[in-house]
Design a protein around this ligand. Structure first.
Ligand code: DX5
Ligand code: ZN
Length: 216
């Protein structure tokens, strides 16, 4: 089942709760919250207070993507703020298994994120600790960037790795997702797609979300 996780980084920050309600009404599966600290990525977005404020307006799965230098500092605050899933970048953490286990201990979903240039082999020893893996198809920091084709090979080798180990892994792809790139990612083995601009620039959110899923 293909899931669509619209990113609120592309929403109108002056009307965030309305945007989230509109996404839920339009058939979104997850809500992708892009957390940026201005250090790991050259941009800042919002923190746990925003997550907490939106939590009471939505029943969507809150998929928190930490693009921050010290993810271990933010597991507790985002859990308290209502996150259902927390992913952090392998490039930002020395003790990866420890942080994944900390997240899982809270009975929420734990996952890792790979930047475009980071090879899938980095997951070799920790894939069993992941409920999901987020593969970046852009260099993180901004919405509206061009899809990097190099991610397609990574999707298929990660799917192969998970199948070989009998892991029911959600493979999520993030950045430059539109109807064309969504189809290619699904064919390569992805089952969750993040979309910011494609959804928020659309005149008909529900239609776009269905189209990204590959429905007529
Ligand atoms: C980029 C974020 C992405 C981004 C996706 O750093 O992680 O989630 O918001 O936006 P689009 O779909 O517009 O590329
Ligand atoms: Zn993201």
């Amino acid at each position: 089942m293909i899931k669509i996780a619209p990113s609120i980084l592309s929403a109108d920050f002056g009307f965030m709760a309305d945007a989230v309600k509109a996404l839920e009404a339009s058939g979104a599966d997850w809500l992708h919250l892009d957390i940026m600290d201005g250090h790991f990525v050259p941009n800042m977005s919002f923190g746990p207070q925003m997550c907490k404020a939106l939590r009471r307006h939505s029943r969507l799965l809150f998929d928190v993507h930490l693009m921050v230098e010290h993810p271990s500092d933010w597991i507790e605050p985002f859990f308290e703020a209502g996150a259902d899933s927390i992913t952090f970048h392998v490039e930002t953490e020395r003790h990866i298994e420890r942080q994944l286990s900390r997240i899982r201990a809270k009975k929420i979903r734990a996952g890792l994120v790979l930047n475009p240039a980071t090879p899938v082999v980095m997951l070799e020893n920790v894939l069993e600790y992941c409920d999901l893996v987020l593969l970046m198809s852009v260099n993180p920091g901004f919405g509206g960037q061009e899809f990097l084709e190099l991610v397609l090979k990574k999707i298929s080798s990660l799917r192969e790795m998970a199948v070989k180990r009998g892991i029911m892994l959600d493979i999520e792809v993030d950045g430059g997702i539109n109807e064309t790139t969504a189809k290619r990612c699904i064919e390569a083995g992805a089952n969750v797609l993040v979309a910011g601009n494609a959804v928020f620039k659309s005149a008909d959110m529900a239609k776009t979300i269905a189209a990204l899923r590959g429905e007529a």
